[in-house]
Design a protein around this ligand. Structure first.
Ligand SMILES: [Zn+2]
Length: 679
């Protein structure tokens, strides 16, 4: 739910984007024998360019063609990208080496929480123990649910599960008040579903029907593994009720549609049968009054769901099992993977150490990340990156002056917003304090729950306190970036400040086409169809005149229509409105990147390519990605980001500088007569 305020570069806004869920042996052997491939040399890669294709016909194919043809997707991955996946793999190797040293008891002076990190990872790597010890932890959790016989007990148990990291019915967290960014309030949001999106519960196409059948089967088998009777159909019926009342993804992109400050009394009126007082006490915020009820009709519907306690208990148990699955024994993990395969297409499960690295990063990312940070670029890289951000911001300012659809007051307010953006680079100045997290050697599941408990308490403790502007929402190794509308800030973790995106030694065009484009993308988010609704102080209100808003919307609709026309896989098109914000950011980012580079003055030709051509090529080569069909389908249906091909050809075809750089004939596929331009 914290995603509500964040706009990310890729995939989900989760810290480390990948699915989890078995291979053996506790720790070691040293990972040297299976190192990920080394980083590519700085600069564009001429060897993967497909010269049989004209850049003006299909730029993606031109810059990535040979890579696409010769790069298989690893068996354990849903997709493989030249930049994102390769760096993720390299970062995982670095983290593994850190963790194995920790387990061997070697000194790790950067990390004051090394014992917790070590115990978490070691417990995770002990698969035979997870088999029995985690199962015991689960049984205790399920036994507690058996005590749910009335509304008060139900509310208390929902609170306990929320603290444990499960999400029955709804989610509850802290949120900056959209309309008063200086305040932190509580927020309750729709949740409680097992399929990736509400629409999956209703769609009648063959694949959706099959997926629902597979899900029901998966629920039944997982319940059986936990020693419970098969009540999967009842669970499906209950989730379908919740799905009906859930707001769809496209609507949720509008911050006005997910902001309803009802406060506690209003929430209680919306859903009077739920024992809210018991819930808020049990979850750890007995006094909370200020609440955003994101989707009021969802909570009204929640009040009408079954009062059959047999059904409610089995639903809570299923939510607990699902949340615990990654930390349980092989049969659970395999069964869960069988279901996930339908969504990702992955052929085999990720090896256990990769899953354990990811889980440790999720649990203790700002402890593990402190050691990771010592292996990253250092002050020189940070300084260079900050310089690039300034260039990109300057390019935005220059461009702002040229816009004919904006009036002077809107330009002035936009400039104010631009100058107020906070930029965070590489890793936090102030690291998270994990002293209160209870990590031990009881079981992996106990540790996963302890990490969730810590995070839940840390999050909810913000309610009613001044906003902490120093916090990071991604861990340092994360290969991603984000813009946060309420804080009006951009964040670039050390994970993405690597080749092929960036290196202090790389030629300017490849740094600008790589990381510069990412910076332009995040900056444009501040002014996209969602981000533009928040002013420079992070407050949600209409700060443009109706004329300017109307002119913006017309331009945005052009982009939505353009991307609606793109095919992700088979007959599945991109959803132009789901991906609108990301596409506006890509189109704007590319424009900013190239004008920032131009302002830096000429650099050298490489392989017969001019500096501007190199920058476009570097940008395109970041997105070279091979997808399994299942993964492309899931992405198109649920993810606000377009697939790799369209993240290149979409923005490039909207960019007149691109057409000029490659001398494209007007009317050619990459230089259409009518372009969409927002910023
Ligand atoms: Zn983005």
């Amino acid at each position: 739910m914290r995603k509500l305020a964040l706009l990310c570069l890729v995939l989900s806004c989760r810290s480390t984007p990948q699915t989890v869920p078995a291979a053996p042996l506790p720790v070691t052997p040293p990972s040297a024998e299976r190192q990920a491939s080394p980083p590519p040399p700085p600069g564009i890669d001429l060897s993967i360019i497909d010269r049989a294709v004209q850049p003006c016909d299909d730029f993606y194919r031109f810059v990535c063609g040979k890579w696409l043809d010769r790069t298989p997707i690893p068996e354990d991955r849903p997709l493989w990208g030249r930049a994102f996946s390769a760096i993720l793999e390299r970062n995982q190797d670095v983290l593994r080496q850190i963790l194995e040293k920790d387990v061997r008891g070697e000194p790790d002076p950067a990390d004051p929480f090394v014992e917790k990190v070590r115990d978490f990872y070691a417990e995770c790597m002990d698969e035979p123990k997870a088999e029995t010890a985690s199962f015991k932890t689960l049984q205790e959790q399920l036994a507690a649910i058996d005590a749910v016989r009335d509304a008060k007990a139900l509310a208390r148990e929902v609170a306990q599960l929320h603290r444990d990291g499960a999400k029955p019915f709804f989610g509850y967290t802290a949120q900056q008040d959209y309309k008063d960014a200086t305040q932190v309030i509580g927020a309750v949001d729709q949740s409680g579903l097992g399929l990736p999106d509400r629409d999956y519960y209703f769609k009648e196409d063959k694949k959706s029907v099959e997926l629902r059948a597979l899900y029901v089967d998966n629920v039944g088998r997982m319940l059986a593994l936990a020693g419970l009777p098969d009540r999967s159909k009842r669970i499906m019926a209950l989730e379908t009720e919740l799905a009906k009342a859930s707001m769809d993804r496209v609507s949720r992109r509008d911050p006005n549609k997910v902001y309803h400050r009802l406060d506690r009394a209003g929430l209680t009126r919306a859903a009077p049968r739920f024992a809210w007082d018991d819930y808020f006490t049990a979850v750890g915020t007995p006094e909370v009054q200020a609440l955003n009820v994101t989707v009021p009709p969802f909570f009204e519907a929640l009040d009408g769901v079954t009062q059959d306690f047999d059904d409610l208990r089995i639903y809570l148990k299923w939510r607990a099992i699902e949340a615990a699955a990654d930390a349980l024994g092989k049969k659970f993990v395999d069964e869960r993977f069988r279901f996930n395969q339908a969504l990702t297409g992955a052929k085999v499960l990720l090896p256990r150490w990769k899953r354990c690295v990811t889980m440790t990063d999720r649990a203790l990312g700002e402890a593990l990340g402190r050691t990771f940070a010592t292996t990253s670029g250092g002050e020189q890289a940070k300084g260079k990156a900050r310089e690039m951000i300034q260039d990109i911001e300057k390019a935005f300012e220059n461009n702002l002056g040229t816009l004919d659809w904006m009036d002077e007051p809107a330009k002035k307010a936009s400039l104010y917003k631009l100058h107020k953006i906070d930029n965070k680079v590489a890793f936090p100045e102030k690291w998270r304090d994990y002293s209160k997290m209870q990590i031990g050697r009881e079981s992996l599941l106990a540790n996963v729950r302890a990490a969730a408990e810590f995070e839940n308490a840390r999050e909810l403790a913000k309610i009613g306190k001044p906003v902490d502007r120093s916090e990071w929402r991604m861990t340092p190794p994360t290969v991603n970036a984000y813009y946060n509308s309420s804080l009006n800030e951009m964040v670039f973790p050390a994970g993405i400040m690597q080749l092929p995106f960036f290196s202090p030694e790389a030629p300017l065009p490849s740094n600008y086409g790589g990381l510069g484009m990412v910076m332009g993308h995040e900056l444009t988010h501040g002014f996209g169809d969602r981000g533009r609704k928040f002013d420079g102080d992070g407050n949600l209100h209409e700060w443009w005149s109706p004329q300017v808003s109307k002119a913006f919307t017309e331009r945005a609709e052009c982009v939505a229509k353009q991307y609606d026309g793109y095919v992700a896989v088979d007959d599945v098109h991109l959803n132009g409105h789901l991906t609108l914000g990301e596409n506006i950011a890509d189109i704007g980012g590319l424009k900013l990147m190239i004008s920032a580079l131009r302002a830096r003055g000429p650099t050298q030709e490489v392989g017969g390519f001019t500096p501007e051509q190199q920058a476009f090529i570097a940008f395109g080569q970041v997105w070279c990605t091979n997808y399994r069909p299942e993964a492309a389908r899931t992405q198109a249906l649920t993810n606000p980001h377009s697939t790799g091909q369209w993240r290149v050809n979409g923005p490039a075809s909207d960019n007149p500088d691109f057409a000029k750089a490659f001398s494209c004939q007007p009317g050619s596929p990459m230089a259409p007569i009518n372009r969409c331009t927002v910023w």
